[in-house]
Write a protein that binds this ligand. Structure first.
Ligand code: PEP
Ligand code: MG
Length: 577
């Protein structure tokens, strides 16, 4: 019988596939060869993990309430005995040395061998004890993995055409899975503005998030349909429903084809205003999507993904080579490179929020991180400058909070330019400089920032998060996320006005810019440059080509005073009518 669940649809499209349940404690294992000289270190890693697993079991044993049945503590005792047995304490070490491999792989080989022995036993009771063995192996593996190693999934064929059900996925996981042909995903946590959701949208990967206990209700291997727009998740739907969803998939494809006719149409409002439609990209492959829809250029290149893909800080050469590929693929269209905005939900092992960062979104991220450690920042600036000799590039600083941060960043850029000039490098001496306006302090003081910049870019994802004090990746407070909140709209309006006054362009590159429900409202507030995932561009073009800007100006201003949700919905209906 079909089972219907509902989460939050964050990346439209319908996916039909079989379920792959991702349990983080079902670790994936890959073999890595270890140099002879590093074998000692690997053995030490194993011993530390083994001892940490032991400490953890002892801690669990200590915390067992006194009134618990004896079975509970004897269960832990058994696990401790297994842990101390040579099969787990020493055999994996022998394997590390013999096979010259990583500790995880050695542990997997040992686990497989032991499980095989249990499998071959006729006694059903003994055979079931293999679950205990697996749990104890997992304890050690947990300790190994958390010992400074990444928990990112790895690229394998197991994701192909599957719909992955996980507690949560990082942006890096999402990217790896997409490259491995995953059909879609459902997560128990997360919200529509997490970078995982944004990435799913730009990768065209149907996704549903915030479906609590999804892994409890869905079974590995069963057929699943997900609707990334409505958030519907349907297990074992049966033939009739499958046919219905196939029809909807075909209808979506037809709609995309229809919108495709607008590819070469001018990006102008019906009343004649020229509107710039730019694309947000995360990885260089996104350029092909941008070309498909004839975007005017890149309004936001989130360079963090260069770091996330390799799980390390790229050097100047890696940055440079990637930017050159992107600028060549753009064939003269402008490229706005945002300097790295690591932190919060975009972390790599080398750069993690410290133990005191209870709230990483407000911690050392974006420009703060870069100013704090110029060894991360300067190689990227150098690479951007070098690439600027090959095509039109703009620099965009993320997460500016104070004007003095901006001045510091500009000084660092100037020093970098000076040292490059001295070494004879060519670069665009007048490379335009923009600032992300995504923190309320920057939005309120937008005119001061504008005095020092060539353009402003409104990051509504963070601006809404910080204005309304809601963590954008926390599904428990997602209901408060509201782009129509008059406080948010007033800030957006004042940033647009600051740009007009200073005679510099203002772009919006947050998700709000790619939502057709808000296009007329934003046009009415004075916005003329929109940057969004490439697959939203034609839909936005379609709306603006049917809009007379003078007709929506007054209507847009009335949103600034509307605090009532129902009235907002009516206003939205009216402006979009
Ligand atoms: C934003 O905050 O709106 C934005 C575009 O940046 P990001 O989503 O990468 O934080
Ligand atoms: Mg942001």
């Amino acid at each position: 019988m079909a089972l219907m669940l509902n989460g939050m649809g964050v990346s439209r499209g319908i996916s039909i596939g079989n379920v792959f349940i991702l349990h983080r404690n079902q670790h994936e294992f890959t073999e890595q060869k270890i140099d002879k000289k590093n074998l000692g270190k690997e053995v030490k890693r194993y011993k530390t993990a083994h001892s940490n697993a032991r400490k953890q079991l002892l801690k669990i044993r200590k915390e067992i309430p006194k009134e618990s049945p004896d079975d509970v503590s004897s269960f832990i005792e058994t696990h401790l005995l297994m842990l101390d047995d040579a099969m787990m304490a020493t055999s994996p070490i022998e394997i590390i040395k013999e096979n010259q491999c990583n500790a995880e792989w050695a542990l997997k080989l040992q686990r497989d061998a032991i499980v095989k022995v249990f499998d071959s036993m006729d006694d059903p009771y003994i055979a079931t004890r293999q679950d205990d063995v697996k749990h104890v192996f997992n304890h050690i593996m947990d300790a190994l993995v958390s010992n400074g190693k990444s928990r990112t999934v790895s690229k394998t064929d197991q994701w192909r055409d599957r719909i992955v059900i996980a507690d949560d996925l990082t942006p890096a996981d999402t990217m790896v899975m997409q490259h491995s042909g995953v059909a879609g995903f459902v997560t128990e946590m997360g919200g529509p503005l997490s970078h995982t959701a944004i990435l799913a949208r730009s990768l065209d990967l149907p996704a549903v998030v915030g479906l609590h206990e999804a892994r409890k209700y869905l079974k590995a291997g069963e057929q699943l349909v997900i609707d990334g727009k409505s958030g519907l998740v349907l297990a074992e739907p049966g033939e009739t429903l499958i046919e219905h969803f196939h029809k909807r998939q075909r209808a979506l494809r037809r709609k995309t084809k229809e919108l495709g006719k607008l590819n070469d149409a001018k990006s102008r409002a019906k009343s004649g205003e020229k509107i710039e439609l730019l694309a947000n990209i995360e990885v260089e492959e996104d350029i092909k999507h941008l070309r498909r829809v004839n975007a005017a250029g890149v309004g936001l290149y989130r360079t963090e993904f260069l770091y996330l893909q390799g799980n390390k800080v790229p050097d100047e050469e890696e940055h440079y080579k990637t930017y050159i590929k992107v600028i060549r693929a753009l064939k003269g269209a402008p490229l706005t490179i945002r300097t790295v905005d690591l932190g919060a939900d975009k972390e790599i092992d080398q750069i993690k929020s410290g133990p005191l960062a209870h709230n990483p979104a407000m911690g050392l991220r974006g420009i703060r991180l870069c100013l704090n450690d110029p060894s991360i920042f300067v190689p990227q600036l150098r690479a951007i400058l070098r690439a600027s000799a090959k095509g039109p590039i703009k620099i965009l600083f993320p997460m500016l909070t104070t004007v003095s941060e901006l001045i510091q960043a500009k000084q660092l850029l100037e020093t970098t330019k000076e040292s490059m000039r001295a070494r004879g490098y060519k670069f665009d001496e007048k490379i335009p400089l923009g600032g992300m306006i995504e923190v309320p302090s920057a939005a309120i003081s937008a005119s001061h920032f504008a005095e020092h910049l060539d353009f402003l870019s409104i990051g509504t994802n963070d601006l809404i998060q910080y204005t309304l004090a809601i963590d954008r990746i926390d599904d428990q407070v997602n209901y408060l996320y509201d782009p129509l909140n008059p406080a948010v709209l007033s800030l957006i309006k004042s940033v647009i006005d600051a740009g007009i006054k200073q005679k510099i362009p203002v772009t919006m590159c947050g998700e709000m810019a790619g939502n057709p429900s808000y296009t007329r409202l934003l046009l009415g507030l004075g916005l003329r440059e929109f940057s969004m995932p490439p697959n939203s561009i034609l839909e936005i073009k379609n709306v603006l080509r049917q809009t007379r800007v003078s007709n929506v100006r007054r209507k847009a201003l009335s949103f600034l005073h509307c605090t009532d949700k129902e009235k907002q919905a009516i206003l939205l209906e009216k402006i979009n009518a």
